[in-house]
Design a protein around this ligand. Structure first.
Ligand code: 13P
Length: 337
C-alpha cells in the first residue's frame, strides 16, 4: 500500500518499529536547562553545564540499559555533548543499541484570547534544525504541548495544540525524524476520570484530523499521551485497572492501528503508579505497542541516590536499571510488585 512520506518513508517506519520493540520503552531526559536546574536543585547542586553533563553521563552510560530502553530523548545541549572523557553521548547510545531523539519544541507561552492557556512555539526554522539534528545522529523527535482541564480547555487552545503538533510532525518526517506527538493533558484539577476521558477524546480527535490533513504517515509516528486518570486533586484515586480501562477505551476510539507505538508520559505519577498502570494496560491484547516514555518516573530515585557524588554513580545506575526493568516487564504485562 502506497503511503505519502517522501524520501525517508522506509527509514521512518523502521525507526518507529525499533523504538516500539517488545519489552522496551523510552528514557526521557530532555529537560530544558531550566527544568534540569530544578531537578539538580532538589539534590543541592548548581545548574552548571558541568553538573548537567555529569548527570546525563550517569544516565546514558548505565551498563545494560539498551535491554529495556530503545530510545533516549535528549535536550539540544546533550545531543552535542560528550562524556568527561570526550566520547559523544550519541555514540554511547548507538553502542548501547539505544536510538537518540531530540526535543524540538521551544516551550510554552501564554495563548492570547484563551482562558489563561498556553501554546507551544518552535515551528520557525524547524526544518533546518531537524536536518541538523539528523546529521548529528538523532532519528526521532519530540514536541510537547499541553492542554489544561481546569482552564477549559477552550476550543482555541485545543485547535492550536493539534495544528502545531501536525505541522511539526510533517516537518520532522520530511527530515527523517520520527515525530513523537505529545499533547499532554495535565493532571491538575479535581475532575473525575470521565471528564479526563471526554477531554482526551476531543483532543486526540482533533490531533488525528490535522495529522491526516498534513499528510503525516501514521506508520512513522509515535504517540506520547497522558494516561486517563482522575484529576490530581480529585477526592478518589483510581485503581490501575480503572485507569487502564479508560485509557484503552480512549485509544481504541481515537488511534488507528497503523500507529506503531503508544509511549506514555508519567506526568507526576509516582514511579510505582506509572509501572502498575502500564502493566494493567498490557493485560489485554492491543493493536499498538503500549509502552513508556517516562522522565520523572524513571529518574526520581536515581537523582536521590546520586546526590551529585561520584561514589554514588554505580548505585544510581542500578536504580535506573531497576526502574527500566520494571517498566520493561510492565510493557510485556508481566510486572508484579
Ligand atoms: P514525565 O514522564 O516526567 O511526565 O515527562 C514527560 C515528558 O514529556 C518528558 O519528555
Amino acid at each position: 500500500v502506497q503511503v505519502k512520506a517522501g524520501a525517508y518513508s522506509d527509514e521512518l517506519v523502521q525507526t518507529a518499529k525499533s523504538i516500539a520493540s517488545p519489552g522496551r520503552g523510552i528514557l526521557a531526559i530532555d529537560e530544558s536547562n531550566a527544568t534540569c536546574g530544578k531537578r539538580l536543585a532538589s539534590i543541592g547542586l548548581d545548574n552548571t553545564e558541568e553538573n548537567r553533563q555529569a548527570y546525563r553521563q550517569l544516565l546514558l552510560t548505565t551498563p545494560g540499559l539498551g535491554e529495556y530502553i530503545s530510545g533516549a530523548i535528549l535536550f539540544e545541549e546533550t545531543l552535542y555533548q560528550s562524556t568527561v572523557d570526550g566520547k559523544k553521548f550519541v555514540d554511547c547510545l548507538y553502542e548501547g543499541n539505544i536510538m537518540p531523539g531530540i526535543k524540538v519544541d521551544k516551550g510554552l507561552v501564554p495563548l492570547p484570547g484563551s482562558n489563561n492557556e498556553s501554546w507551544c512555539q518552535g515551528l520557525d526554522g524547524l526544518a533546518s534544525r531537524c536536518a541538523e539534528y539528523y546529521k548529528q545522529g538523532a532519528r526521532f523527535a519530540k514536541w510537547r504541548t499541553v492542554v489544561s482541564i481546569p482552564c477549559g480547555p477552550s476550543a482555541l487552545a485545543v485547535k492550536e495544540a493539534a495544528w502545531g503538533l501536525a505541522r511539526y510532525a510533517a516537518i520532522a518526517q520530511d527530515n527523517g525524524l520520527v515525530p513523537i506527538v505529545e499533547p499532554e493533558i495535565l493532571l491538575d484539577g479535581d475532575h473525575p476520570i470521565e471528564r479526563t476521558l471526554e477531554v482526551a477524546e476531543a483532543v486526540w480527535a482533533e490531533v488525528f484530523y490535522y495529522l491526516a490533513e498534513n499528510n503525516v504517515m501514521f506508520e512513522g509516528i509515535l504517540l506520547k499521551p497522558s494516561m486517563v486518570t482522575p484529576g490530581a486533586e480529585h477526592e478518589k484515586r483510581a485503581t490501575p485497572e480503572t485507569i487502564a480501562k479508560h485509557t484503552l477505551a480512549m485509544l481504541q476510539r481515537r488511534v488507528p492501528p497503523a500507529v506503531p507505538g503508544i509511549m506514555f508520559l508519567s506526568g507526576g505519577q509516582s514511579e510505582m503508579e506509572a509501572t502498575l498502570n502500564l502493566n494493567a494496560m498490557n493485560q489485554s491484547h492491543n493493536p499498538w505497542h503500549v509502552s513508556f516514555s517516562y522522565a520523572r518516573a524513571l529518574q526520581n530515585t536515581v537523582l536521590k541516590t546520586w546526590k551529585g557524588r561520584p561514589e554514588n554513580v554505580e548505585a544510581a545506575q542500578k536504580a535506573l536499571l531497576a526502574r527500566a526493568k520494571a517498566n520493561s516487564l510492565a510493557q510485556l504485562g508481566r510486572y508484579s510488585a
